[in-house]
Design a protein around this ligand. Structure first.
Ligand SMILES: [Zn+2]
Ligand SMILES: [Zn+2]
Length: 250
């Protein structure tokens, strides 16, 4: 399994570091969220959009979906024929329909849209599944656990308050990618904006007994991100900061 981080920071529009991660599991290649500018970064990371088999969307905030329609238009321009499976919360299909209608765009390949709710398990093929859970954010938001059989490979938990009661569904996860929008010193802000702090992310990693933790969706306000890393490592040693184009091989 290989993870390629395409963006780590949020939420300013126009940033070239908006949230997106590619998870490569053999022939299943899943894009997790699609912030603005994702396609340029996909190419830079060496992935042709034609190879993406699945796109998993956590929620319909701009910093997670504004790169989606341009990416799909490019897929069609470069002659994609294979179907694409897009998974996300209710409202996703409507977002596609209205965008495609307004743009007179009719994709030449089949797009299967699965609107899912918490507790659903979506088959990704080749023994993989994406199990969803409910995050605590300002709009309906899902988190995903990508599993192969009884092994949790990747937990993708962003734009949420810490979900202590959900740590069980992440038990033993190899890589936990977790919201760490704020420093522990700014916990009040994290509460107010429905995000997590570095320390809260580390607590979830510890409860879940994760193999490693990647601090993700870091607020652009922090010029010295190492501070968040130091805070988290006091609670969970095997913690890393997300950085653009970072790759993780497991
Ligand atoms: Zn966000
Ligand atoms: Zn959000």
């Amino acid at each position: 399994m290989r993870l390629a981080f395409l963006g780590c920071s949020a939420p300013y529009p126009g940033s070239e570091d908006l949230p997106a991660v590619v998870g490569e599991f053999g022939r299943v290649i899943a894009l997790l969220d699609a912030g603005e500018g994702v396609q340029a970064r996909l190419f830079k990371a060496g992935y042709s959009p034609v190879r993406i088999t699945h796109i998993l969307i956590t929620h319909l905030h701009g910093d997670h979906v504004l790169g989606l329609v341009p990416l799909i238009q490019s897929m069609s321009l470069i002659g994609r024929e294979r179907p694409l499976h897009v998974i996300g919360p209710p409202g996703l299909a409507q977002y596609f329909r209205s965008s495609f209608d307004a743009l007179y765009f009719d994709p030449p390949f089949y797009i299967e849209v699965s609107e899912v709710g918490p507790g659903d398990a979506v088959d990704l093929g080749r023994g993989l599944s994406a199990v969803t859970g409910e995050a605590q954010h300002t709009v309906p938001t899902l988190y995903y656990v990508i599993r192969r059989g009884d092994r949790a490979l990747v937990g993708y938990v962003t734009d949420t308050r810490p979900l202590y009661e959900a740590a069980g569904s992440l038990k033993g996860v190899r890589v936990l990618i977790h919201d760490s929008a704020f420093s522990a010193d700014d916990e009040a802000l994290a509460r107010e904006r429905y995000h997590s702090t570095s320390v809260e992310a580390a607590e979830i990693a510890r409860l879940a007994d994760a193999g490693m933790l990647v601090l993700y969706h870091i607020s652009a306000r922090y010029h010295e991100r190492e501070r968040l890393l130091r805070e988290a490592r006091r609670f969970f040693r095997n913690t890393y900061l997300c950085s653009k184009f970072m790759k993780v091989l497991v």
